[in-house]
Ligand binder design. Structure first.
Ligand code: OOG
Length: 254
């Protein structure tokens, strides 16, 4: 029998020690379903240390990300309170291995989600929407992984900032997205890159959470997935994301 708890411990230690490890899925021959068991076990370790889950994130909801990482299935992972950074924060990079940043849209849920929602229903389960920046940091060497590996690694989740919450749901289907570093434009795109409409990420999140037999409680975050490819983070960089109609969010690295 595979020791999925031991694999979770290895990934959790790699994250805590900011030290990369070799890929695990091939060596231990774990399946995608087992990768989600590993993911859950690594989150349990965080909860045991006092962290709490604040929502979920989707990964590979845009072609740009699938192509960049060579993976072509939608995945999901957990966000915890320890990953939240204040908007405008100074973010120390020494706790990461090889962090990257990507512009996203984040939703706040207004009701418990305990079943797959349709696109039409999804808006009724939402309280607000905000521009977001996600910091991802694969625990695998060289940021290279299989689908099973990245799922076990909680989809590279590492940090996030959120801009102002609004109820501008009408504007989010095809809004311009700009990512700037020290004032220089490094990525430009549209929220339409996220499954054609980021609201579809809410539909997908509801489906995936329900499939796991879980309930996403009211007040949860749903990070819809990156609208563009991710960009490497270096120290002393001001990172700024603007989404048309939603506003902006930013942080500075050191
Ligand atoms: C996995 C996480 C993907 C997204 O927004 O598509 C992701 C990774 O690229 O390391 O967060």
């Amino acid at each position: 029998m595979k020791d999925l708890d031991a694999i979770a411990a290895q990934l959790d230690d790699a994250a805590r020690q900011a030290t990369p490890i070799a890929q695990l899925a091939e060596k231990h021959a774990f399946s995608l379903d087992e990768a989600y068991v590993v993911q859950r076990a690594s989150i349990e370790r965080r909860i045991h240390r006092g962290e709490s889950t604040v929502g979920v994130k989707l990964g590979f909801t845009s072609r740009a990300k699938m192509i960049q990482m060579g993976v072509d299935s939608l995945i999901w992972g957990w966000l915890t309170d320890a990953m939240l950074e204040e908007d405008g924060a100074r973010v120390a990079l020494d706790r990461f291995i090889h962090p990257r940043v990507e512009p996203e849209v984040c939703f706040l849920t207004s009701r418990d989600i305990d079943r797959p929602l349709t696109l039409l229903e999804s808006a009724r389960y939402l309280e607000a929407v905000a521009p977001a920046l996600e910091i991802i940091d694969s625990r695998y060497r060289d940021f290279r992984f299989s689908l099973e590996d990245v799922v076990a690694d909680n989809c590279s989740s590492a940090g996030l900032t959120l801009g102002p919450w609004t109820r501008n749901f009408d504007d989010i289907g095809n809004a311009g997205v700009l990512l700037r570093m020290n004032g220089r434009l490094v990525q430009a795109g549209s929220t339409a890159a996220i499954l054609g409409d980021p609201l579809r990420s809410v539909v997908q999140a509801s489906r995936l959470v329900a499939l796991s037999g879980l309930v996403l409680p009211a007040g949860s975050l749903i990070m819809a997935g990156a609208a563009t490819a991710a960009h490497p983070l270096a120290p002393d960089t001001h990172v700024h994301c603007t989404i048309n109609g939603l506003g902006s969010t930013e942080f500075t690295t050191h």
